[in-house]
Write a protein that binds this ligand. Structure first.
Ligand code: AMP
Ligand code: MG
Length: 407
């Protein structure tokens, strides 16, 4: 067995970040910005009103108050998108809408709620507006020439809006990796037909495709490949050529028909590993014509754990990210988290909840590597170093399966 840290490092060393490429903003969510984005323009580009109301000279309304209105002549109306071509002179107000440019001469806005129209041409204002009230200055959000998003930032929704606001519409990003997902196994049925003796329903692809997507990768379902040397020899290079990474499940263990590792050995720069963790001990990782291939074990729980612990850091590195692993936090064991010494680190499926200001982890029941139904109720993996586990109330490190820091 090799230490988990060594297996992880082996993967990281072979997952090169993708080359930066231009993406539209609608296709850049979760991608890593490849340059320092600097605003060529100020945001907002001009001083504008923060309220629907009346643009005024602050000096004109200094004496206004509830019950003591100041009456001004209304010289016109400026809508958002209109040019500010009506001047505000002493004794004059201009009706103004949110986002409309502040007209020349005005230096404050009284909101419409503090106004009453008098006939067609006059208004009573009942609020003293200090200089600058409800005026959003040019560059108040982003002064021209400032950096708005730093290189290396993973783009969240508001980042995309910020880039749009400074007219960067096709940023250079390290793109989200496209990951082809393949299941292997003669026993697998995925088309709804009745099971023949020995057959089972295929379940890894829906799990792995969804997990990858939830982690921000563009996963593509490439179907099932039989435990057949020829078929795998065709399918693996085809997937490697079409995608930025390939994830397979099954066929990397010690069985006579575990051919994924055999074919990868022949075609790729591949290492087959027995890692000191439970579940997910067997793991094959290779680079096939430049594309990383993650050969996950077939057992449903093992494949998910393997993806979470080894696939995620490798793929995040490929995505240009610096935060490689799923978050780990400390929790309290809500009941005993038992295990037996076996020279391996156990990753127990647990359900974490907030209680008394902290996380409490409860095991989800069945912990076999085929117990997918129980695993589906888990939201974290409790990391139990070799030994006897953690007693109720003890501290335990948990890996959060649903990364709260991912958009
Ligand atoms: P393997 O790693 O190919 O030896 O598979 C280990 C176990 O996982 C076997 O019981 C397989 O039937 C099962 N298994 C492998 N692939 C899948 C899959 N895609 N869906 C459900 N079970 C699977
Ligand atoms: Mg198999």
């Amino acid at each position: 067995m090799i230490p988990f840290a060594e297996a992880r490092q082996f993967v990281l060393d072979r997952c090169e970040p993708l080359a930066p490429a231009e993406r539209s903003l609608n296709d850049a969510l979760g991608a890593v910005l490849a340059f320092d984005a600097v605003a060529a323009e100020a945001v907002p580009p001009f001083a504008n009103s923060g309220m629907d109301g009346y643009a005024v000279r602050a000096a004109d309304v200094a004496a206004a108050a509830e019950g003591r209105p100041v009456r001004l002549r209304v010289a016109g109306t400026i809508a958002a998108g209109a040019a500010p071509d009506i001047a505000v002179t002493p004794g004059v107000a201009v009706r103004i809408m949110t986002g409309a440019p502040i007209p020349p001469g005005a230096d404050a806005v009284v909101m419409v709620e503090r106004s009453e129209r008098v006939g067609d041409n006059e208004v009573d204002l009942t609020q003293a507006a200090p200089f600058g009230l409800h005026v959003r200055a040019a560059g108040d959000d982003v002064p021209a020439g400032t950096q708005v998003v730093a290189a290396g930032t993973r783009l969240h929704p508001a980042h995309l809006g910020v880039l749009a606001s400074v007219n960067i519409r096709r940023p250079m990003v390290v793109p989200r990796p496209r990951v082809g997902v393949i299941s292997t196994g003669d026993e697998l049925v995925d088309d709804g037909r009745a099971l023949a003796p020995g057959q089972i329903r295929e379940s890894n692809r829906p799990t792995l495709v969804a997990a990858l997507r939830s982690y921000g990768f563009d996963a593509v379902d490439l179907g099932t490949v039989a435990d057949d040397h020829h078929a795998l020899t065709q399918a693996l290079p085809a997937a490697a050529a079409a995608y930025d990474a390939v994830v397979t499940s099954g066929g990397v263990s010690m069985g006579d028909f575990d051919l994924v590792k055999v074919v990868l050995e022949e075609l790729a720069d591949m290492r087959w590993m027995q890692i000191d963790i439970r579940p997910a001990k067997p793991f094959a990782f290779g680079v096939l014509n430049g594309t990383p291939v993650f050969g996950l074990p077939g057992n449903p729980v093992s494949s998910l754990v393997s993806l979470s612990l080894l696939g995620v850091p490798g793929l995040r590195r490929r995505a240009g990210r610096a935060d490689l692993d799923l978050p780990q936090v400390t929790a309290r064991a809500g009941s005993g988290l038992g295990r037996r010494p076996d020279g391996r680190t156990a990753y127990l499926r647990v359900r974490c909840r907030w209680a008394d200001g902290g996380l409490v982890a409860e095991p989800v029941g069945q912990q076999g590597s085929h117990h997918l139904a129980a695993t589906a109720t888990a939201n974290a993996l409790a990391v139990l170093p070799d030994g006897d586990g953690v007693a109720e109330g003890g501290q335990v490190t948990v890996v959060l399966l649903h990364d709260p820091f991912v958009t």
